[in-house]
Design a protein around this ligand. Structure first.
Ligand SMILES: *Cc1c(COP(=O)(O)O)cnc(C)c1O
Length: 392
């Protein structure tokens, strides 16, 4: 074992939360502000509007619900097709199928791991209504190309910006570029309230429709603003409102976006520099960022060469370091295989990435000492001598 010995196991991910978040929750409780879409939700939505520079933000119980709300607001339904990558979380596809529409999986770019815009047009048919680009690891998809293709074919764009907090494409916040953007504040994301999400849009008609769906199909939101004198059932809806307690928690976290993302970036950079020699030796491929995409350091994902991913992951675990992989591609999952009746599409880049990708632990309070330990273990596992932190 290496001399960089740490007795305690290093988890893969942990939320960075404490007294300030607890105090905000306590205040919400003492104010008896517990329901959804209350005063504290309004305040947090106001902060999000400023951060994203968008007209409308609706807090939701999760990003899955924000995506579902988006599909409902856009009236995606039977006979419609929606384009998305297969290399994503199940939520991106579930919301399409729940509406009775058909998901159409498009290949990713082998460098950015984002939807490849060059593959997009071939997937468009007269039934296509919408594209859902997923900003993997907080790296913006090529929104210039995607927006141009969507305009030309009259398609809606819903950004899955679940991982994108504090990140930009060409200087514009992720989630604010398409017709709708969806965020996650799940415990594993850079900014969290445990479970939570948001829907962003500059389209006032869509925002009003979404706020009715979010409030059980009623116009309660307009009532709370004093726009109508009673509220009633006006559309088919559901319930996606976030409690004020979590909105208060989230506001504290959102105010820490720069601080927490900067800490993550320091760790990300340590990993990036500390794995250069392993890439040089042909053992792995480090993450790549498009010059127009900023990095919020949500994920540090390497592609391990020579079929060694699982072996490396197990060996790291034995040394107390929890590394993980993802995504098991959606297009050939048990659910989609049954959906297609066995006739699954061929997406070789997605398949290759998902079997070679390895993520190192990454959370804001991970120490540089722990990073050095992790890098030392990785070098030992890969049988390369570790030179340690470079003198700067
Ligand atoms: C986390 C995540 C989701 C789901 O977010 P929840 O808030 O947990 O529902 C959706 N899409 C992507 C790409 C994610 O990373």
């Amino acid at each position: 074992m290496s001399e960089h010995f740490l007795p305690k196991a290093i988890p893969f991910s942990e939320p960075t939360v404490g007294e300030a978040e607890a105090e905000a929750m306590r205040q919400a409780i003492m104010l008896k502000s517990l329901g959804g879409d209350g005063k504290l939700c309004r305040e947090t939505e106001g902060l999000l509007r400023e951060m994203f520079n968008v007209k409308h933000v609706l807090l939701t119980t999760s990003c899955s619900h924000a995506l579902e709300l988006a599909m409902m607001a856009l009236e995606i339904g039977e006979g419609d097709e929606v384009i998305l990558p297969s290399f994503t979380f199940t939520s991106t596809a579930n919301v399409i199928i729940r509406q009775g529409a058909k998901p159409v999986f498009v290949e990713i770019d082998g460098d950015t791991l984002n939807l490849d815009p060059n593959q997009l047009e071939a997937a468009i048919t007269p039934r296509t209504r919408c594209i859902i680009p997923v900003h993997y690891a907080g790296q913006g998809c090529d929104m210039d190309a995607i927006t141009e293709i969507a305009r030309r074919h009259n398609l809606m764009v819903v950004e899955d910006a679940a991982q994108g907090i504090g990140a930009y494409w060409n200087g514009v916040p992720l989630g604010s570029i398409g017709d709708i953007g969806c965020y996650s504040f799940h415990a594993t994301k850079n900014i969290t309230c445990g479970e939570g999400g948001a829907l962003l849009t500059n389209n006032t008609r869509l925002a009003h429709k979404a706020e009715i769906i979010r409030e059980k199909g009623t116009n309660r939101s307009a009532f709370l603003r004093g726009e109508v004198d009673k509220y009633t059932w006006v559309e088919l809806g559901s319930s996606f409102v976030l409690t004020d307690m979590l909105a208060a928690f989230l506001k504290v976290q959102l105010e820490r976006t720069e601080e927490l993302n900067n800490k993550r970036r320091a760790i990300w950079n340590t990993y990036y520099e500390g794995t250069a020699d392993l890439e040089q030796a042909g053992l792995l491929k480090r993450p790549y960022f498009h010059p127009k995409a900023s990095n919020n350091a949500h994920i540090f994902a390497m592609l391990i060469n020579n079929g060694r991913r699982d072996e490396v992951m197990v060996a790291m675990k034995k040394r107390g370091v929890s590394c993980t992989f993802h995504y098991v591609p959606l297009h050939n999952s048990p659910f989609m295989t049954a959906y297609y009746g066995g006739n699954v599409p061929h997406l070789p880049i997605t398949d290759r990435v998902s079997t070679t990708l390895l993520r190192l632990p990454l959370f804001a309070h991970l120490s540089q000492e722990e990073c050095q330990y992790i890098l030392a273990q990785l070098h030992e596992v890969m049988s390369i001598e570790y030179a340690g932190a470079k003198a700067k």
